[in-house]
Design a binder for this molecule. Structure first.
Ligand SMILES: [Zn+2]
Length: 93
């Protein structure tokens, strides 16, 4: 799914459910792709629980995708960042 399509879908959802005017519904908004605790940024995945921060794309990924990305990119990431490409994001990041 393209980001634009997703945003459009999200906007439709917000309009239909009048989330802006209802604080309770607003709190239960669908999670956002690539955001911390949102949906995994990988198009083929999009699972909720994106708690790993990818220092290259600056987006968040689920643990299984982060593992996969780390395994695949470890030598390059160690070279560039001195740590894995995806690291566990802590609250407040
Ligand atoms: Zn994922």
């Amino acid at each position: 799914m393209m980001l634009e399509d997703f945003n459009e879908m999200l906007n439709d959802f917000i309009e239909k459910h009048q989330l802006d005017s209802d604080p309770h519904n607003f709190a239960t908004m669908p999670p956002v792709k690539g955001e911390l605790n949102g949906l995994c940024n990988r198009k083929a995945c999009l699972k909720p629980g994106a708690i790993y921060y990818n220092h290259s794309t600056k987006k968040h990924y689920c643990p299984s995708c982060a593992d996969m990305l780390n395994d695949y990119n470890r030598p390059g990431a160690m070279d560039l960042y001195g740590h894995d490409l995806c690291t566990r994001a802590s609250k407040g990041d």
